[in-house]
Design a protein around this ligand. Structure first.
Ligand code: SER
Length: 327
């Protein structure tokens, strides 16, 4: 591939919400055969399966990762396999095993085999009740209330340790809730902000599991993908932080989200029936100060609520018209 740096990339969690789209973006950029998608149990979509290599691995079992790293001569890992906040509260032991032991395995492989670079996202779930909720600073109190948040705080610390102690070039940011139209999220607290679009298109009704006044930081998938690619391509010498960049794009309440959708679908009705996820949402910040990401690697989001909503509704309506909304 003249003019492009060669890489041999492994994506864990490639069947998930972010992984499925990030894998395709990486294949586009680095060549289909150079990006190995992996998942634990869910079968890949035809798009993922037919565009390049796919393997099953369990990140909590080091040997299964090693076999793929060896076979495909991997030098870069995008480690996205994780159990999210809501499922993590139902299965805290599994959440620890996948999120912490899985990351430890990936970092150990990176150390032993001197891999070039590792990407591992963190989350707004690292914050908690004692963290300032407005314009949350980069350096602040991390007091997670969920097992997912606990694993992400541990993960950030582990990544920084591997960088300082062993020189493993591992990078990541604290993603806000990610909204996307291709793959549904797998059991997070911010899932309502995706489900609401699907249900608006399918039924013009949605029952939301957080209160109308719940404000959380969110981001549209194209920005999430751009941020991962940009951070991974930044010269190491520019980075003061590594695995814990605050990252922001937009913040809105569930009610503001519903109102924006109503501008396109006037008959859309929303009811609010908060469940256990309300408490998780209430423990997370409303707005985030991401100036370190902006300064160190030039982060800048492209989508706000209005632009994202227009784009989401167009994509989902087109799919719905073909009878393939939920695929
Ligand atoms: N979207 C994630 C969740 O809700 C937050 O990182 O669990």
């Amino acid at each position: 591939m003249p003019g492009k740096e060669m890489k041999r990339i492994l994506v864990t969690g490639a069947v998930g919400q972010i992984g499925s789209e990030l894998t395709m973006a990486l294949r586009e950029r680095f060549g289909n055969e150079n990006v190995v998608a992996t998942g634990r149990s869910t079968a890949p979509s035809p798009t993922l399966r037919d565009s390049g290599p796919f393997e099953f691995i369990d990140v909590a079992k080091k040997k299964t990762i090693e076999a793929v790293v060896e076979r495909y001569r991997i030098d870069t890992v995008y480690h996205l396999a994780a159990i999210l906040s809501a499922v993590g509260e139902k299965k805290p032991q599994l959440c620890w095993d996948v999120n912490v032991n899985g990351l430890y395995n990936v970092l150990e492989i990176a150390r032993e085999r001197e891999l070039t670079r590792v990407f591992c996202p963190s989350s707004i779930a690292v914050f908690g009740r004692h963290t300032p909720v407005h314009n949350t600073p980069q350096e602040t109190i991390l007091s997670p209330t969920t097992m997912y948040g606990v694993t992400k705080v541990a993960g950030e610390a582990l990544c920084d340790y591997y960088f300082q102690r062993f020189g493993v070039d591992v990078r990541g940011m604290r993603y806000p809730g990610i909204i996307s139209s291709e793959t549904l999220p797998g059991g997070g607290t911010t899932d309502y902000a995706v489900a609401i679009y699907y249900e608006a298109v399918a039924n013009q009704r949605y029952t939301c599991f957080v209160r109308e006044d719940t404000v959380l930081p969110m981001m549209y998938m194209p920005d999430a993908i751009k941020s991962a690619m940009d951070l991974m391509e930044t010269d190491l010498s520019r980075l003061e932080h590594h695995s814990n960049f605050n990252l922001a794009a937009m913040s809105f309440s569930a009610g503001e989200l519903a109102a924006e959708i109503k501008r396109h679908i006037p008959e859309f009705q929303v009811e609010y029936e908060p469940d256990f996820r309300q408490e998780i949402a209430d423990s997370w910040p409303r707005t985030i100060d991401d100036s370190s990401a902006r300064e160190e690697w030039g982060w800048e989001p492209g989508y706000d609520l209005a632009a994202m909503t227009a784009h989401m509704l167009e994509r989902l309506s087109n799919r719905h018209a073909r009878g393939k909304l939920y695929r």
